[in-house]
Design a protein around this ligand. Structure first.
Ligand SMILES: Nc1ncnc2c1ncn2[C@@H]1O[C@H](COP(=O)(O)OP(=O)(O)OP(=O)(O)O)[C@@H](O)[C@H]1O
Length: 331
């Protein structure tokens, strides 16, 4: 369990001061995958580095599985950090050491006795699908394989928490998928709590249970993905399901219907056309699996306005769908 409470961090002083963390609170239940998204400079890296107190917040607390990390210093902090593994965008492997040695090095740093390091490293390489590659050097591996080593190294000391800093941002889409699937399976198998930062919405959609959106150091929205999608006006949902803005000549009414969970597979549009005898046009649609359920958004142009449009919207809402007006109508 990761518990971040009222974290604040300002870099610099006076007119040049940058508020990198502005009263940030997040809690990630044990075994969950939580994603933090936001633009460059929003404060994501600073937030991630405070979790193992590589960056000390000016105020606020970090608690990991009941241990108050922000209350520790020196040797006690170094020891507590061993329960946190970290994966980086650029892998950060030691080029002049073999894969096996790279993982063993992490075990040495975590004070694992010498006699146990080789077998524990081999076990981790097996877990990430690199069983027979222990003798290879980083330069001989693909980007995806390097990140697998990065993950093996992060897991070597058997942490409870995994922090991922843009782990897939340097990888192509196919490799990204396989690394995300690996993180997901490790999360389930080892019951790891994962906090990841990313600028890729596909990462969030593929593996996160919950997510937060950061802007200017503050969390502007957070929640379980399925709830976020159901929240009218959600900025995060709009980023997860971007649809092009409607053109001026569409309408007179344009609405967004969001489907989540049980409502996703109903023939909503066919019913609308039949029962309201309307010729609706689909302007855009996206349907995906999110956090294990089907979810998506459909943008429709209705050929009616005023009360006729309101009746259609009320009918959709009665079916448990989330409907927002983009053009015409009342909220
Ligand atoms: N060591 C530092 N000294 C001064 N300013 C810093 C320092 N680290 C970060 N900042 C500033 O704090 C703000 C938040 O930076 P941070 O790296 O946490 O954002 P980010 O969302 O991770 O962005 P990116 O995706 O580009 O890494 C930025 O304005 C950045 O310039």
């Amino acid at each position: 369990m990761i518990e971040l409470r009222n974290l604040r961090k300002t870099y610099g002083h006076g007119p040049r001061a940058v508020r990198a963390l502005d009263d940030v609170s997040i809690s990630v239940p044990a075994g969950e995958i939580f994603g933090v998204v936001g633009r460059s400079g929003a404060g994501k890296s600073t937030l991630l580095r405070t979790v193992n107190v590589l960056e000390r917040p000016d105020s606020g607390t970090v608690t990991l599985d009941g241990t108050l990390m922000t209350g520790l210093e020196g040797g006690a902090l170094r020891q507590a950090r061993r329960s946190v593994g970290m994966v980086f965008q650029h892998f950060n492997l030691l080029a002049n050491r073999s894969i096996q040695q790279n993982v063993e090095f992490a075990l040495e740093a975590a004070r694992v006795p010498r006699g146990k390091r080789a077998s524990q490293a081999a076990e981790m390489l097996d877990l990430v699908g690199l069983k027979d590659r222990g003798g290879a050097y980083p330069a001989q591996l693909s980007g995806g394989q390097k990140q697998r080593v990065g993950i093996a190294r992060a897991l070597a000391a058997k942490p409870r928490v995994l922090l991922s800093d843009e782990a897939t941002s340097a990888l192509d889409p196919e490799t990204t998928e396989s690394i995300l699937d690996l993180i997901r399976s490790i999360n389930r198998e080892l019951k790891l709590t994962v906090l990841l930062i990313t600028h890729e919405m596909d990462v969030v959609k593929r593996i996160c249970d919950s997510a937060a959106l950061m802007e200017n150091g503050a969390i502007v929205e957070q929640g379980e993905l399925v709830e976020v999608i159901r929240t009218p006006g959600s900025k995060l949902a709009a980023q997860l399901f971007p649809l092009a803005a409607p053109a001026d000549d569409e309408g007179p009414t344009v609405i967004d219907i969001t489907f989540a969970g049980g409502t996703a597979d109903r023939p909503v549009i066919a019913r609308l056309a039949r029962e309201h005898e309307l010729d609706v046009s689909i302007l855009g649609a996206t349907v995906e699996r999110i956090a294990g359920t089907q979810a998506g958004r459909t943008r429709l142009a209705l050929p009616v306005a005023g009360e006729a449009a309101a009746a259609v919207v009320a009918d959709l809402r009665r079916q448990g769908l989330i409907v927002e007006y983009l053009k015409g109508g009342a909220a």
